[in-house]
Design a binder for this molecule. Structure first.
Ligand SMILES: Cc1ncc(C[n+]2csc(CCOP(=O)(O)OP(=O)(O)O)c2C)c(N)n1
Ligand SMILES: [Mg+2]
Length: 896
């Protein structure tokens, strides 16, 4: 606890002398000298092994910017307040009308009510769009403020009353508005999604860093552009928020401003009833190396503090907890006075200057334009550090009867009287009936208000938000670029991961595409054999390399450079994913078509950062996600928390994501080339997930394999004896590394007198989607003449039985089951992984060549094409165990 002047009276002589001398230094020599002296004393104690624990990262609970440093306000405050009030009314009206219509679509009033002033100050004076000389600000708001942003767009004439009426009714013919910022649903309007709380902070941090990366690499001019990240105080509890702030300071992101709307409440109640969220956040941000600016009280308080000669008011402020402050926001003037003053006569004296009504009306800093302006302006000047601005507000500010109440977040309706009272307070000049109906209000186009907002926005580069994509398209490379992969590996064995790294290297050398490639790894480059790229392309570091790496004399040194191309994210999948998002959306944000290749341990993808992947879909991200070391049995020793047999299944849930599990390097080449064509040549808003493996085997040449089949998801790889031979027949579907088992099964089946075709399935997900799409078209328009799904067309003429095996869950091949024209057995790796050798794992999960062959034989037996005796003989020779525990449920303990 800091020493206060009030305490000094009671303190001893020695203490008073110390404080008086520092006061005198401060007065005569200034703050820098005072700080230096203070540090010297502290350092002296530290040297003597006396740690001053109280020297925390907190400053007193007051505005960081004192009145004397507050700049003059450059706008017309009175007019801005009127404009804000209109926005407040219209934002509220959207939700109220939604409620009245009985559609039950919901909406929120309280968040915008608390954040309106800070957003208005930003929109009137700070948020600048891209222009010839300016890189453009990227602003992420609190999602629940969206009604206020729509209301402002309405005022600016960008949205119609009909669109406002259709808030949360996106299918209405007159056009509707999405609940929250969703670029995918409103691609000309919203820029970045933020409705899943906590993700906007890493997203903004890595956007700010990626802007610097592009500048360092000469892909974008260094022409400013700030990233503004507005979050809620409750939102700051999400681990992604405080978990990623360190990197912002480390990278010296002075282009980043985080604003926390500290209304002290979240959805259910207080954020920190027993403490102070603002002080807690200050410690965290300051400790992480950020500038912190606190905006706690409004101008009215300044007058009180001017007479707080003894610091009693400040001391009272420190003592009160957020639960108290929330209580004051719902209490009457006399109640507040009584609780606040307690038995302190000196405090009562100070407060006597205000009437009860004035006490009630005294504002928090977040509702005072001047205080907000001062904070934003200082943040704009920040050099070498990111800035966090912590602004104290009231949740539901201005909502008659509900301000600061615990139910305010969910409040969607107001009575007629409450509407009238709110409109009166906001000065909305509509007749009573219109107020009761919560009609929208827009002043005439030539009114002072409209002229003001228009002028302010045109001074700042036009309306916000506006998503405008202007990005050159790239020409996909000729497939011949990947000649090595198309030619196969001959006798040599290699993995699809090795093939991928070779391809990546080729792409990075490509004269047109090379500079746009952004390899991203979360401390896993060596796992994927990518360390050779360190020297070739360098690891991006804003500081370059200030040390000589231990391996500097080797062929593959750990090379960091300011123009490094690789983003080495350390062990932070959320950060790496946020980098992917930044690189995958640079086409829209900066007009630069960067192509991210994010390579990660496949199990630490979807299930770790699945929500961010979903968010990438919302933000219309492009790029390649590479699930490395994938396959439940292909990654063998790493065990239960590493072996992924399900990411492909989860990938199927992301609508704009295409997912592939290729077996051969030429398939990979065709898929990557097609991805570049679709995303960067045709500019489609899709992205790719490709699983790659670490099993080495001979890669066949592409030969006659159809590129079209590889892209659509399936083609016939081989037939033995040649296709069309009479007799017992099986069709085996293989994917990924399990293709090697399927090829073994083909040979085994031949030895049992069964001919077998091997089909390579590169994507069950794409096959399934196509099938469902065609079925739907046929359902809605049955008289049409189109054919059936592609799987059906491909296999329609085939006889025999069908067996599918992959290193993924059975659900994957089952997804195409109803288009397979015969008995269909699916094998897969349902269940938890475990550590074993690859062959033993494949036997355990029943995806080995033996089990694939057995599945075909059993299906043929079912059809009467194989005798019981033959089957019994096969069972023995294949080592099939009918009593084996089911790996979908059983673990190693039951294997003995
Ligand atoms: C990941 C996630 N969890 C929960 C929610 C639901 N939710 C929406 S707003 C909210 C409370 C927000 O509180 P705060 O961040 O303090 O913002 P305020 O509305 O108070 O400004 C919650 C829990 C969500 N949108 N995202
Ligand atoms: Mg809050």
């Amino acid at each position: 606890m800091a020493v206060r002047r009030s305490d000094l009276e009671r303190s001893d002589e020695e203490l008073r002398e110390w404080v008086e001398s520092i006061e005198s230094v401060l007065r005569t020599e200034g703050p820098e000298r005072a700080k230096a002296l203070f540090r010297a004393v502290r350092d002296y104690l530290t040297d003597a092994h006396v740690i001053v624990e109280d020297a925390t990262f907190n400053t007193p609970y007051r505005n960081t910017i004192p009145l004397e440093q507050q700049p003059a306000y450059p706008g017309n405050i009175e007019l801005e307040q009127r404009i804000e009030n209109i926005n407040r009314w219209n934002a509220m009206a959207m939700v109220l009308r939604g409620y009245d219509s009985g559609t039950g679509v919901g909406g929120h009033i309280g968040t915008y009510a608390s954040g309106a002033t800070m957003l208005e100050v930003g929109l009137n004076h700070f948020f600048r769009n891209k222009g010839p000389d300016y890189g453009g600000d990227l602003i992420s708001i609190q999602a629940h403020c969206s009604p206020g942003i729509y209301a402002r767009a309405f005022l600016e004439g960008r949205l119609s009353a009909a669109q406002l009426e259709n808030f949360r009714r996106e299918l209405q013919p007159a056009g509707g508005l999405s609940s929250y910022p969703h670029p995918r649903n409103m691609p000309d309007f919203w820029i970045s999604p933020c409705a899943s709380m906590g993700l906007s902070t890493p997203s903004c941090i890595y956007q700010a860093r990626f802007a610097k990366y592009l500048e360092s690499r000469g892909l974008k001019p260094a022409n400013g552009g700030k990233v503004w990240n507005f979050i809620g105080d409750g939102e700051a509890d999400e681990p992604e928020v405080l978990g990623t702030i360190n990197i912002a300071a480390r990278e010296q992101l002075d282009n980043l401003i985080l604003v926390a709307n500290c209304n002290l409440q979240r959805l259910d109640g207080p954020v920190r009833g027993n403490g102070k969220i603002i002080q807690e956040l200050e410690r965290s941000f300051r400790g992480a190396g950020w500038n912190v600016i606190k905006v706690i009280w409004s101008g009215e308080w300044d007058t009180l503090f001017a007479i707080d000669f003894e610091g009693v008011l400040q001391a009272r402020m420190e003592r009160a907890v957020d639960g108290d402050y929330q209580m004051y926001s719902v209490s009457s003037g006399p109640e507040v006075r009584a609780h606040w003053n307690g038995n302190d006569e000196r405090l009562a004296d100070i407060m006597r200057h205000l009437s009860d009504e004035e006490i009630r009306g005294i504002k928090r800093g977040g509702h005072d334009q001047r205080k907000i302006f001062a904070a934003f302006e200082r943040a704009m000047q920040s050099n070498g550090r990111p800035t966090a601005i912590l602004i104290k507000t009231i949740k539901g500010y201005g909502m008659q009867g509900y301000e600061g109440s615990n139910v305010v977040h969910q409040k969607k309706n107001l009575s007629i009287e409450e509407r009238q009272e709110t409109a009166r307070r906001l000065g909305i000049p509509l007749p009573d009936e219109a107020i009761a109906r919560a009609d929208f209000y827009r002043p005439a186009p030539d009114s002072e208000e409209i002229r003001y907002v228009t002028a302010r926005r045109s001074a700042l580069g036009g309306s916000w938000p506006r998503r405008e994509v202007s990005c050159p398209s790239l020409t996909a490379p000729d497939l011949g670029l990947f000649q090595e992969q198309l030619a196969g590996s001959g006798e040599r064995t290699l993995s699809t991961t090795m093939a991928f790294v070779r391809m990546l290297s080729k792409l990075m050398d490509h004269s047109d595409l090379g500079r746009y490639v952004v390899p991203i790894v979360p401390d896993e480059a060596r796992t994927f054999g990518m360390e050779a790229l360190f020297r070739k392309a360098g690891i991006y570091s804003s500081e370059g390399q200030k040390y000589r790496p231990v391996d500097s004399s080797t062929l593959m040194p750990y090379r960091e450079a300011t123009d490094g191309q690789i983003l080495q994210e350390g062990i932070c999948e959320a950060g790496a994913m946020a980098s992917f998002m930044a690189a995958g959306t640079a086409y829209a944000i900066h007009g630069v078509p960067t192509i991210p290749f994010y390579v990660f341990y496949s199990i630490f993808g979807f299930q770790r950062v699945g929500d961010m992947i979903w968010s990438c879909g919302d933000m219309l991200s492009r790029g390649f996600l590479l699930g490395g070391t994938s396959g439940r049995t292909t990654l063998n020793g790493e065990g239960l928390q590493h072996q992924d047999g399900h990411s492909q299944v989860i990938a199927s849930t992301v609508p704009s994501l295409l997912s592939y599990d290729p077996a051969f390097s030429y398939e990979l080449a065709v898929i990557v080339r097609e991805g570049i064509r679709r995303m960067y040549e045709l500019q489609e808003n899709v992205f790719y997930y490709i699983t790659i493996h670490n099993e080495n085997y001979a890669m066949p040449a592409m030969g006659e394999a159809p590129a079209d089949g590889i892209i659509r998801g399936m083609y016939r790889f081989s037939a033995t004896p040649p296709a069309g031979s009479p007799g017992r027949k099986a069709h085996l579907f293989g994917s990924g590394a399990i293709m090697t088992e399927v090829m073994r099964a083909q040979t085994l089946l031949n030895s049992f007198g069964v001919s077998a075709d091997v089909w390579s399935v590169t994507s069950y997900n794409e096959l399934c989607r196509e099938g469902l799409r065609v079925e739907r078209e046929n359902l809605l328009d049955p008289v049409g003449t189109r054919g059936g799904p592609w799987v059906e067309q491909l296999l329609g003429g085939e006889q025999g039985v069908f067996v599918a095996a992959s290193d993924y869950m059975k659900a994957l091949p089952l997804s195409i089951a109803r288009w397979v024209p015969g008995p269909y057995v699916v094998l897969g790796t349902d269940g938890y992984g475990l550590s074993e050798s690859r062959p033993d794992l494949r036997s355990w999960f029943e995806v080995s060549g033996e089990y694939v062959a057995w599945a075909a034989l059993a299906a043929l037996h079912e059809r009467g094409e194989i005798s019981a005796a033959e089957l019994a003989a096969a069972k023995a020779s294949l080592g099939v165990e009918p009593d084996k525990p089911d790996p979908a449920y059983a673990g190693p303990a039951s294997a003995h």
